[in-house]
Design a protein around this ligand. Structure first.
Ligand code: PMT
Length: 416
């Protein structure tokens, strides 16, 4: 290690053998230009796509590609590299390196460094769509996410093999921004929810009418998934209870439970409540369900038919009335009129610690959109208005307040 390594933040960029390796050159260049020291470790197959020499020129540092390379130092190099990295990113991460990392295989320099490092590790998978969607790859990504690795999902588009679909490595600028953000936020070491357990609900519930029809709503689950992802980034152990059809990005949570009805969501929430520090209910839960579910498909009839509905249990209210040691409870309010007034009423009536109120009549906000516009109201009277922005940015603000309330609660309990 030289003097620079002690003062400049060092990131380790692992490059594996995919066509997207060419983008890693740009990534290494961007990181170097942003003032980071970039240690590049390449697999043998990565060296078939881009040369170590090119990366050495771009980073101004030695490039490592062989366990037995003579680097003129007495250090055990894979340990030295693993120790000085503040953060590790594997980009592109092939199905092969993902599988090796998931199963602890250490048969080359990069896989050995991945086993030896204590730094946060980010994988940016890039491969053919079928390889990415293969249950083995998805399972391996879940294993890595479950161990705390971050997964940056690939983009969709035209792939090098000529197919179109998911599997493209995101733009180097996005990957570099993610690394810089993590380092700047100090998230590379510990998040504001480190050691906490958070349960998040996302998406809509479906109440069956007969075997083919149900009463549902327009919730996509994007807001809830963004909340889960932020909690995860901030170090929490995250359980996501998701309605059917919600797109759950790999790495956004530790465990997902997929449910259909409000009753199933209630059961899943209650079953996962033990040891939970906070519950965030972003799901749109059906308030009513048909009194009876027809066993056969209802036939078209002359004239009108009547569907009688019965009230569903209010999950949020039930948790917030939990007798002793209840978690911090955060609700969402989807309103179309008297937005603030109705939202605040829910905060009080449901005995919540915080409510995120959204006016879902606003075009491009709320249900099934990428953006939202909300007012965050805390039980202590704090209210923050967030103008229209990406749901992930809304989630970040919500989590900031959530972490504050969780910390205060722990302090009160005397075990902060
Ligand atoms: O999923 P997206 O497409 O990204 O859209 C996001 C969203 C609009 C769904 C989200 O931002 C949102 O507002 N979620 C709450 C929707 C809702 O059901 O609001 P509500 O005002 O009806 O319910 C208030 C709160 O009580 C909610 O936290 C809800 O989860 C909870 N609830 C409601 C009914 C019920 N039976 N049990 C509950 O726990």
């Amino acid at each position: 290690m030289n003097a620079t390594d002690r003062t400049v933040r060092t990131v380790l960029l692992g490059i594996t053998g995919g066509i997207a390796a060419y983008k890693a050159v740009e990534l290494a260049s961007l990181l170097t230009k942003s003032g980071l020291a970039v240690d590049v470790v390449m697999t043998a197959n990565a060296c078939r796509f881009v040369t170590p020499r090119l990366l050495r020129e771009v980073t101004g540092r030695p490039v490592y590609h062989d366990m037995w390379q003579d680097i003129g130092s007495w250090h055990t190099e894979h340990i030295g590299l693993a120790k000085r990295a503040k953060l590790v990113m594997v980009a592109p991460a092939t199905a092969n390196v993902i599988a090796k990392a998931a199963h602890g295989v250490a048969d080359d320099l990069l896989s050995t460094v991945l086993l030896a490092t204590g730094a946060p590790v980010i994988f940016a998978p890039a491969m053919n769509t079928n390889m990415y969607n293969h249950p083995a790859t998805q399972e391996n990504l879940r294993i890595l996410a479950g161990r705390g690795c971050r997964i940056i999902p690939p983009d969709s588009g035209r792939l090098a093999c000529g197919d179109s679909g998911v599997g493209r490595l995101p733009a180097p600028e996005c990957l570099a921004a993610e690394i810089c953000r993590l380092i700047a936020d100090g998230e590379a070491t510990a998040g504001v929810l480190a050691g906490r357990r958070v349960l998040v609900t996302a998406g809509g519930t479906r109440e069956p009418i007969d075997p083919v029809r149900f009463i549902g709503n327009r919730s996509s689950g994007k807001m809830g998934v963004a909340i889960a992802e932020c909690c995860r980034t901030q170090g929490a152990e995250v359980v996501l209870i998701a309605g059917r059809g919600v797109e759950v990005r790999p790495g956004c949570c530790h465990r997902t439970v997929v449910v259909e009805t409000a009753a199933e969501m209630r059961d899943a929430v209650l079953a996962n409540l033990a040891m939970t520090d906070a519950v965030v209910m972003a799901a749109a839960v059906a308030d009513y369900r048909p009194v009876a579910v027809c066993r056969q498909k209802i036939k078209k009839q002359a004239g009108e038919i009547t569907l009688t509905l019965i009230k569903n249990p209010d999950i949020l209210e039930e948790i917030s009335r939990w007798p002793a040691g209840r978690p911090v409870v955060v609700g969402f309010a989807a309103e179309t009129e008297n937005v603030l007034e109705n939202g605040m009423d829910k905060l009080r009536r449901k005995n919540l610690d915080m409510i995120v109120i959204n006016d879902v009549s606003q075009p491009g906000c709320g249900f099934d959109s990428d953006e939202n516009q909300v007012v965050i109201c805390r039980a202590d009277g704090t209210a923050i208005t967030l103008s229209r922005r990406a749901k992930i940015l809304i989630a970040k603000e919500v989590i900031k307040h959530l972490a504050h309330i969780v910390a205060a609660r722990q302090k009160e309990a005397g075990n902060g």
